[in-house]
Design a protein around this ligand. Structure first.
Ligand code: AMP
Ligand code: MG
Length: 402
């Protein structure tokens, strides 16, 4: 068996970042910037008011109070989107709406809530400071400022910033197109009654959904029987259309485990026995330069193997620098007994949170075929080799959702 970190490094070393593409911001959410983006205008583009109210000269309101309001003559109105026409002189005010440009002469805005209209005048019952309620031009961005660095995952907020500076196309790292197939003569698709020995394919649906959740494009390559020629054809078809392939089943020590045999023959493969439970076997290789992840068939194992090997590598391909899930520490809500077997165990757990304090309990049956506990798990807890942990002991874990 080899340590998990060695297996992960081996996989990462062979997965290269994909080429840079320009995409419309409408399709760029979740993608990673390939280069820094610079502002070419200032944001906000002009001094404008943060509130609805009256543009004034602060000096005119210096002694204003509720008992002795200042009286200013209202000489006009500026709506958002309009250009100011006249300057504000001493003893004058202009009614102004949020987002409208500040007129010349004015240096502050008094909120409408502090004012009363009296004929052509406005009475303002408190003083304001120079600059109050004014959003200065360029407060957020100046021309030449780096808006984002390279390597940033574009969030909805980022896309709004790009739109605000008139950048509607952005250079990002292309996200991998990932083909998925399941292997096994026992697998069927559909709700028809099972014939003896048959089960329904679970892994392909899980893996396709995991990939989509993580921002990858998917191609469903179906179910392939335990037949070397068919598996080889599926691999060749997959590598011709995809940037990576994820398969499940056929990588252990059974008589019909042909995935590793095929990868060994047509690719550059390493078959690894990783010191973890579940998901000990992993057949990882490249076929014509395309990474192929031969994950184990047991449904929990295939998900755990996806989390530990495929997800980080695919994230690297799409330009992420944070590849692994961040490790957290919580407290075991129960005893976890285990025997020493040279492996790190990944336990399916539910996390109860109280003000950032994590309490960790089992999510259910821990067999590698028991997918329900994996489905209900918030996280995988990391139980190091040894005899386990006691209730109350610190325990490392990482969230696996979303
Ligand atoms: P294998 O890795 O091919 O030896 O499969 C290990 C176990 O996982 C066997 O019990 C298989 O029937 C089961 N298995 C393999 N592939 C799938 C799948 N796609 N969905 C559900 N169970 C599977
Ligand atoms: Mg099989």
């Amino acid at each position: 068996m080899i340590p998990l970190s060695e297996a992960q490094q081996h996989v990462l070393d062979q997965c290269e970042q994909l080429p840079v593409v320009r995409v419309p911001i409408r399709s760029a959410r979740g993608m990673v910037t390939a280069e820094a983006v610079f502002a070419n205008e200032q944001i906000p583009p002009f001094d404008n008011t943060a509130v609805d109210g009256f543009a004034v000269r602060a000096a005119d309101l210096a002694s204003a109070s509720e008992t002795d309001p200042a009286r200013l003559r209202v000489i006009g109105t500026i709506a958002a989107g309009a250009a100011p026409t006249a300057p504000v002189g001493a003893g004058e005010a202009i009614r102004i709406m949020t987002g409208a440009p500040m007129p010349e002469g004015a240096d502050a805005v008094a909120m409408v809530e502090w004012t009363t209209i009296d004929g052509d005048d406005v009475l303002i019952d408190r003083a304001v400071g120079v600059g109050d309620a004014v959003r200065g031009a360029g407060e957020d961005l100046q021309p030449g400022d780096a808006v984002f660095a390279a390597g940033v995952e574009l969030s909805p907020g980022h896309l709004g910033v790009l739109a605000s500076i008139g950048v509607y196309e952005v250079s990002v790292v292309r996200q991998p197109v990932v083909g998925v197939f399941s292997t096994g003569d026992e697998l069927i698709e559909g709700s028809q009654p099972l014939k003896p020995g048959q089960i329904r394919d679970a892994n392909r649906h899980t893996l396709l959904a995991l990939l989509e959740r993580d921002g990858f494009e998917v191609i469903d390559l179906g179910i392939i029987g335990d037949d070397e020629a068919l598996i080889e054809a599926a691999v060749q078809d997959g590598v011709s259309r995809c940037d990576a392939i994820v398969t499940s089943g056929g990588v252990s020590m059974g008589d019909y485990d042909y995935v590793k045999a095929v990868l060994d023959r047509v690719g550059d493969m390493r078959w690894m026995q990783v010191a973890i439970k579940p998901a000990k076997p992993l057949a990882f290789g490249t076929v014509a330069g395309t990474p192929v992840f031969g994950l184990p068939g047991n449904p929990v194992s295939s998900m755990v193997s996806f989390e530990l090997f495929a997800r980080p590598a695919l994230r690297k391909m799409m330009g992420h620098s944070q590849l692994q899930r961040p490790i957290q520490v919580g407290s075991a809500a129960q005893d976890w007994r285990r025997g020493s077997d040279g492996k790190t165990h990944f336990v399916r757990v539910a996390i109860d949170q109280d003000h950032g304090v994590f309490s960790i309990r089992s999510a259910g049956g821990q067999g590698s075929h028991q997918l329900t506990a994996m489905a209900g798990a918030d996280a995988l807890a990391v139980l190091p080799d040894g005899d386990g942990v006691e209730q109350g002991a610190p325990l490392e874990f990482f969230f696996i959702n979303p």
